[in-house]
Design a protein around this ligand. Structure first.
Ligand code: AMP
Ligand code: TRP
Length: 333
């Protein structure tokens, strides 16, 4: 049986190798299976939970669409749209925020990380962000949600919200309880500068990540400068627990070559780190450079990107407006 896939990416610029290996690569595989129905959403409502420049936001929305297509998502086969243009997302989020409990949201680690020390100054949107995410997913009866490891907790919350709604209103199985699709390995790509930190769009140093728009030279330079430790290439998996940077780079290699971490370790045991880095650069350039070139090509054709979004919004609206109508009836509006 085919799956109903829904996932979202925030248009906050600097889409990077972590987004690609943790999420987008998986979107492409799911999109290529003709049995699946896929919906990929540019979640602009989520983006404004932290301050955005409006002009940049508009460009970033297009760049996210361009990245989806350049990575191999076929807009004829999958629905690609931006969240703000389908009003059911915000409406659903409000209704679901009356189902979700404060206690559940208080446990969300992403809010704690993003809000930092001064929680009083965080936006309310940043706090209720996972409820909007639940609305996104539940409006489309998604059965499976491909995401990186950092979104696991938000998906558990989405499942809890769906179950509570179904119980509270005595509508068995009305909201589909979705399954997360998180890759077992390499679901968390770390910073090139610090193996204990997630590779992230917001990290100040550009050297900490490989952007999907990086050129060949930038990729080679970043891998050359990537942090390692003074020891030789590792001899086994156990060693890697103490060596986060080596583990991350070998993990990236394994993910890009579709092999296991063990195989990558075997491949390079006894060699120099510099030899390994050369191979890694080569593989990265082969994978990322064509995507980077394609993104730039697509960005030059704004009309085409806007057309993709327009078509996607129409299709998404058809599905979401029906579901929100039913939700409103159930609630008693
Ligand atoms: P975001 O950019 O936060 O909207 O994330 C888009 C997708 O990329 C989500 O599925 C994330 O879980 C995934 N993602 C973001 N950063 C990483 C990372 N460093 N490693 C793996 N997956 C990631
Ligand atoms: N919160 C997700 C992230 O930052 C993005 C997102 C929003 C999402 N809505 C979603 C992911 C629905 C999957 C399904 O990565």
């Amino acid at each position: 049986m085919g799956k109903k896939i829904f996932s979202g990416v925030q248009p906050t610029g600097n889409l990077h190798l972590g987004n690609y290996l943790g999420a987008i690569k998986n979107f492409v595989t799911l999109n290529n299976d003709t049995e699946n129905e896929c919906i990929f959403c540019v979640v602009d409502l989520h983006a404004i939970t932290v301050k955005q420049d409006s002009k940049e936001l508009r460009n970033n929305i297009r760049e996210t669409v361009a990245t989806f297509i350049a990575s191999g998502i076929n807009p004829k086969k999958s629905i690609i749209f931006n969240q703000s243009q389908v009003s059911a997302h915000a409406e659903g989020a409000w209704i679901l925020s009356c189902v979700a409990r404060m206690g559940w949201l208080n446990r969300m680690t992403q809010f704690k990380e993003k809000a930092g020390k001064d929680k009083e100054k965080a936006s309310i949107g940043l706090y209720s962000y996972p409820v909007l995410m639940a609305s996104d997913i539940l409006l489309y009866d998604a059965t499976h949600v491909p995401v990186g490891d950092d979104q696991k907790q938000h998906l558990e919350l989405c499942r809890d919200i769906a179950q509570k709604f179904n119980n509270d209103f005595e509508v068995d199985n009305f909201l589909q309880v979705p399954e997360p699709l998180i890759q077992k390995e390499f679901s968390r790509i770390m910073s090139l500068k610090d193996g204990s930190k997630k590779m992230s769009k917001s990290e100040l140093s550009d050297l900490s990540r490989i952007n999907l728009t990086d050129s060949k030279d930038q990729i080679i330079n970043k891998i050359k400068k990537a942090k390692t430790d003074p020891m030789p290439m590792p001899n086994g998996l156990q060693e890697l627990d103490e060596r986060p940077e080596a583990k991350n780079l070998l993990g990236i290699y394994a993910s890009l070559t579709n092999t296991t971490l063990e195989k990558s370790i075997e491949n390079f045991y006894g060699k120099n780190f510099s030899e390994f880095k050369e191979s890694l650069s080569e593989i990265l350039v082969n994978k990322i450079e064509p995507i980077s070139i394609e993104i730039k090509k697509l960005l030059a054709d704004q009309k085409y990107l806007d057309q993709i979004l327009l078509e996607g919004v129409e299709k998404a609206n058809l599905i979401a407006s029906k579901k929100i109508q039913k939700i409103k009836e159930i609630v008693g509006f």
